[in-house]
Ligand binder design. Sequence first.
Ligand code: APR
Length: 255
Amino acid sequence: MTLSTDTNLSKAVQVLKNAQRICILTGAGISAESGIPTFRDEQSGLWKSFRAEDLASIDAFNRDPKLVWSWYQWRRAEVKDKSPNPAHHALAKWQQHSVKADKPSQQLSLITQNVDDLHEQAGSSATHLHGELWKNHCSDCGMPYIAHIDTGSTELVECDACGGYVRPSIVWFGEMLPQRAWQVAQQSADNCDVFMSIGTSSIVYPAAGLAQVAKQNGATVIEINPHPTDSGLVDIQIPYPAGQALPALINQLGL
Ligand code: APR
């Protein structure tokens, strides 16, 4: 069976045609086809012997700020030239259509765990649960740092106000999610008819709990992932790469 004749894709299309409120949660897998490694892929190059989990924390930064800063500068350099893939473009087209359509209007909220800006580059508006790779703030006083930082440099940068070290505005392990973004995500999961989980391993909480909330409230859960997860929550699995599945899906939705 090919993707276009996959019965699960047709089931998803039927459910989505009748849905009024759709909550979409994306993870690293949606950017994989743009050439950005997923979180749980092995790291490459210089960083092969480190685990992302051991670098993405305030303890790691306090212990060795230069190491953690250099890692993020390396990640920025890796992401800098990447472009949205057909999955990002399909979601943007869908979102733009849902805003324009007069009747019946479909509400589509896009929540992402990704810190890249590929959804925005494709023309979507997304709520970032885990922060944004291109933003920085002071690790001491919290003041945003807005001056340009060259991705080629691994020198630590100091805050203009207090001299503390500047850090990426990313939610590290053990830190709270941005309050407003989390509120938006919860409300959208709470109230949706369909919850779509795209390209995420669904193991990092609290984001992974959004599908549970949606399911408890009666939503149908659709997953797009070439390696289906075993969360036990999914009603319709679409076991294909997002860059193939999403264009096919919106094509069948007639968009
Ligand atoms: N299309 C769809 N899914 C894909 C594709 C693809 N082309 N390629 C890989 N995947 C799936 C993998 O099968 C895997 O289930 O994407 C998922 C990526 O999982 P993770 O690397 O765990 O990424 P994510 O779920 O986004 O991680 C959550 O963990 O480390 C933290 O803060 C970090 O936001 C991240 C969070």
